[in-house]
Design a binder for this molecule. Structure first.
Ligand code: DDQ
Ligand code: CA
Length: 268
């Protein structure tokens, strides 16, 4: 399949492309045709900005002209960050035992996840003052929202939906690439009706139809960061933010010294 070629090309083997079960023999009936490979997108760098290399980026959004970012490890934090020079304008730390994960906004609040333990935090979007907590089942990896729902990834091959007011789970959709489940969905961003999702420890962002979970496109960001990273297994692509007014797409990674505005270019 095309994706395995892509994976080899990128030098980042993906468990989900290798461990997928072999197709069962179809002795009497014709097997259903494999869904077609979705388009692949390369990138052009539009702008490069500084990014705090001490930020283990776990969640990223663009709101009211600034970035809001959550970080992991200990202590974890949420910050308001000036795009143009990467300056951290405001930073609040989580209780030190928590490992921060994804982040999204709803109204005048920011919601964040923690990795294990099912503990979420709520913050005032303007000054990041603590505004409460929430809980969910299982792990927390990525977070985004559409007009009516909070959308969560947990490392499994699915997206989960939550009511933004009650913060209770209302649904789940399996995520598939050509009919096969895709685990390790990490940071998320809802863009023009699709959920963009980093696949952890890869250079890929998937474009997912949230109604069906079908992967509609693959963005290959191989080669984006020119700098060497200290810990290649940990310092991976993570962080997608969208400026809907300016139609700008921002991406970064954990402990990356740069943040990029990119433009997608369909691969011929
Ligand atoms: N996750 O963000 C992909 C869900 C988990 C990343 C875990 C990375 C571990 C780094 C080492 C932690 C040391 C406290
Ligand atoms: Ca995001």
């Amino acid at each position: 399949p095309a994706l395995i070629g892509l994976v080899v090309l990128a030098g980042a083997p993906l468990a989900w492309s290798q461990s997928a079960p072999a197709p069962a023999p179809a002795p009497t009936v014709q097997a259903a045709p494999q869904p077609p490979a979705p388009p692949i997108y390369d990138y052009e760098i539009v702008n490069t900005y500084p990014h705090d290399p001490a930020a283990f980026t776990q969640g990223l959004i663009y709101r009211d002209g600034v970035l809001i970012e959550s970080t992991g490890r200990h202590p974890s934090s949420v910050r308001r960050v000036r795009l143009e020079d990467g300056v951290v304008l405001e930073k609040k730390e989580l209780p030190v035992e928590h490992f921060g994960e994804g982040l999204t906004d709803w109204g005048d609040r920011v919601l964040t996840l923690t990795w294990q333990g099912g503990q979420g935090f709520i913050w005032d979007a303007d000054d990041l003052d603590p505004a409460g907590t929430w809980t969910y089942e299982g792990e927390g990896w990525g977070l985004t929202r559409d007009a009516t729902r909070i959308i969560l990834s947990d490392g499994s091959p699915s997206l989960r939906f939550f009511d933004p007011e009650t913060l209770t789970q209302t649904g789940v959709v399996p995520v598939t690439y050509r009919g096969r489940p895709v685990p390790k969905l990490n940071e998320l961003e809802f863009i023009d009706g699709e959920v963009f999702a980093n696949v952890w420890q890869t250079n890929f962002i998937l474009r997912i139809d949230p109604a069906t979970g079908v992967v509609k496109g693959i963005i290959d960001l191989t080669g984006l960061l020119p700098d060497p990273v200290a810990n290649p297994n940990d310092d991976v692509l993570n962080g997608i933010a969208w400026d809907p007014a300016g139609r700008r797409l921002f991406v970064t990674g954990k402990n990356w010294p740069r943040l990029f505005e990119i433009r997608l270019v369909p691969r011929p």
